[in-house]
Write a protein that binds this ligand. Structure first.
Ligand code: G4P
Length: 287
């Protein structure tokens, strides 16, 4: 799949983002990496650890309202085991965001203690928010900054164009200085981003995408699939299951054939709109 057709990625953008982040790193205390809880592997930028070096990092598993809560919990534990603090958040409703500040403080407890010992009170913690497009970075900033959303203007040493937000006297956020990219050379990543709608599926074969989604649903969520579409023969080939779904929804064309393109679009749309259920497409076992 040609993700590059869809989002304007090219090496120049990557170089520019790397450079901008490198410039900003000395000014920040930590990085908040926003990823999609349904696809924690595909919605990450694989180069991020390399780009930010040893800067402390917190992972925000966003859109947790759309993910399978048990799987999200597994991911949180997985990150913890790897020494990375992670929290589940829903930036649409604000759920989980109350944990953010304390998690940042815990992450930076040594630094805060050092500030305290040196009498440097009132120095806010500065956190840079990063993530690939569509994971919910703006929603996060809007939610957490809320009504008190206040831009910090004209800070010395900060390049024009970087957006800082004061959350309160203890915390400031910086919006991503550039665009981060997914691992778009990986087909699975492209498909999973397309399932969630992060990538426009006009560039992908919609039937192939629906079949792939059905494969995952049959394997991991057979009950949910059956309760949504009624009796299906899950032992059949995924394409045949797609036909069964189409038939059940009356998507029959002349000659009795099933309009599988329509069925595919419907399936994907229902997945994205949470009509099928809270479904996680990537599990810790695959990390
Ligand atoms: P970005 O800055 O990382 O590019 O992402 P952005 O905040 O623009 O969010 C991308 C889409 O994801 C938006 O939907 C946003 O509402 C939705 N979104 C963000 N966080 C959450 C969440 O925790 N849960 C759910 N369910 N959705 C979330 P959109 O369709 O592009 O716009 P709209 O629906 O807000 O109009």
């Amino acid at each position: 799949m040609e993700l590059s057709q869809n989002i304007q990625w090219f090496p120049g953008h990557m170089t520019k983002t790397r450079r901008k982040i490198a410039e900003i790193l000395p000014l920040i205390d930590a990085v908040a990496e926003v990823i999609d809880a349904r696809i924690p592997i595909s919605s990450r930028n694989p180069d991020l650890p390399d780009i930010i070096g040893n800067k402390p990092r917190i992972v925000l598993l966003n859109k947790c309202d759309m993910a399978d809560a048990t799987v999200t919990e597994d991911w949180i534990n997985h990150f913890k085991k790897n020494g990375i603090m992670a929290i589940a958040v829903d930036c649409k409703s604000g759920k989980g965001l109350n944990l953010f500040k304390n998690t940042v403080k815990e992450l930076l407890s040594e630094k805060l203690e050092a500030y305290h010992n040196k009498g440097m009170v009132g120095k806010p913690l500065r956190v840079m928010v990063v993530g690939i497009p569509n994971v919910g970075k703006s929603s996060f900033i809007n939610r957490i900054a809320g009504a008190s959303r206040a831009k910090v203007e004209n800070r010395p040493g900060v390049t024009r164009g970087n957006q800082w937000f004061t959350i309160d006297k203890e915390l400031e956020l910086l919006d991503t200085p550039g665009v981060l990219w997914p691992k778009f050379e990986d087909t699975m990543v492209g498909e999973h981003l397309a399932f969630t709608g992060a990538v426009n599926d006009r560039v992908v074969d919609v039937e192939l995408l629906a079949v792939r989604l059905l494969e995952i649903l049959c394997k991991d969520y057979p009950e949910i699939l059956l309760s949504r579409y009624g009796e299906l023969c899950l032992e059949d080939e995924p394409y045949e299951i797609l036909e069964q779904v189409g038939r059940k929804r009356g998507m029959v064309v002349r000659g009795g054939e099933i309009d599988t393109v329509r069925a595919s679009n419907m399936l994907l749309e229902e997945y994205r709109n949470l009509k099928i259920g809270k479904i996680s497409l990537e599990r810790v076992e695959n990390a």
